[in-house]
Design a protein around this ligand. Structure first.
Ligand SMILES: Nc1nc2c(ncn2[C@@H]2O[C@H](COP(=O)(O)OP(=O)(O)OP(=O)(O)O)[C@@H](O)[C@H]2O)c(=O)[nH]1
Ligand SMILES: [Mg+2]
Length: 317
């Protein structure tokens, strides 16, 4: 018998493959989606400088030779004001319940850390182990380490994390360490998804997220939060080989005529630049030229009622 082969088998038995679910949770704007994207080396989840960018629990898949981690990127935990916020918090709640481990992501030295009581109460109900990821540490360069330890002390006391990792989604600091610490909590088992699958989401959904992300970055105050994107048509050459490009058409829903005016801009300039940006991102993501048509429609108070949010595409997957 070949000695090397026998050795490999023994090693495999000692390090069985692991597969399971990690939920990434935390306050809005902490950088959860950015961490997912940095881990996957792909612009998978929507990211913006505005809080409450993520609205659905999005399953992303990180596969290595040793484990497959299904990372659920969740909407940032906040006290909902409207039906849309309630939907978002249900998404986060279900993700937390289904997780083998929770990665609690906070922004280093965040000034709102005193307001996280609701989040702590949620985490206290969870049985899964918690890893604390303190993100944006690139901003701490040159600062005294004591500031960092003073910041994390009350968080540690409250959630009793199994491990604390200072990370930066921006420059990649400690992301490997974070993934390997989280992987230790995954149960033994076969991979759930094929190894080349990076997200459990349709291209149609991703297209909507890309457009919404561009709108979040291009608008201010209430406007981004009042926007929903509904993909009305999405035809890809993968499905329609006679096409040479992706043909997508979407409605942008806003709550007030004034918001429609802002999104369209003078002579349509704002909408044109949103279309150009979204096309650029979609072309890179999907690997085809993209024709994109957007219409802005007003649906008063859509995010304030269950029927409103359902009609805007927010329903339980
Ligand atoms: N300096 C710095 N900025 C970061 C880092 N990670 C994320 N950001 C920025 O923080 C902002 C929020 O990032 P997101 O990834 O959208 O945050 P999120 O936690 O997913 O937010 P919600 O989806 O709203 O809950 C964006 O402007 C990011 O570019 C980091 O490590 N360093
Ligand atoms: Mg997010």
């Amino acid at each position: 018998m070949d000695g090397t082969l026998a050795m490999e088998k023994i090693t495999d038995a000692a390090n069985p493959y692991r597969a399971g679910v990690v939920a990434l949770a935390g306050p809005p704007n902490a950088g959860k989606s950015s961490i997912v994207n940095a881990l996957l080396h792909e612009h998978a989840a929507a990211v913006s400088s505005k809080p409450q960018t993520t609205r659905n629990a999005v399953r992303c898949i990180f596969t290595t030779d040793e484990y497959q981690m299904v990372i659920i990127d969740t909407p940032g935990t906040h006290r909902p004001k409207y039906a849309l916020g309630e939907f978002m918090m249900e998404e986060t709640g279900r993700a937390l319940e289904s997780a083998d481990a929770v990665c609690f992501v906070v922004e280093a030295l965040c000034e709102r850390a005193g307001d996280w009581d609701d989040i702590y109460r949620r985490l206290e109900k969870i049985r899964a182990p918690i890893v604390l990821a303190v993100n944006k540490i690139d901003r701490l360069r040159g600062k005294n380490e004591d500031v960092f330890f003073k910041f994390i002390e009350p968080i540690q006391e409250r959630i009793k994390p199994a491990f604390v990792v200072p990370v930066s989604a921006l420059d990649g600091t400690n992301l490997d360490l974070l993934a390997s610490e989280l992987s230790k909590f995954l149960p033994e088992g076969e991979a759930i998804y094929p190894e080349d699958v990076m997200m459990d989401a349709t291209e149609r959904f991703l297209a909507g997220e890309i457009i919404r992300e561009r709108i979040f970055e291009a608008t201010e105050q209430e406007v981004p939060h009042s926007v929903a994107v509904m993909i009305e048509e999405f035809k890809s050459p993968d499905e329609y080989p006679e096409l040479r490009r992706i043909e997508a058409r979407a409605d942008i829903i806003v709550e007030r005529p004034g918001q429609k005016g802002i999104l369209i801009g003078r002579d349509g300039a704002k909408l044109k630049s949103i279309i150009a940006e979204a096309r650029r991102v979609m072309e890179r993501r999907f690997g085809y030229p993209v024709s994109l048509k957007l219409w802005v429609k007003v649906k008063p108070q859509w995010r304030k009622s269950m029927s409103g949010i359902r009609n805007a595409g927010y329903r339980r997957a």
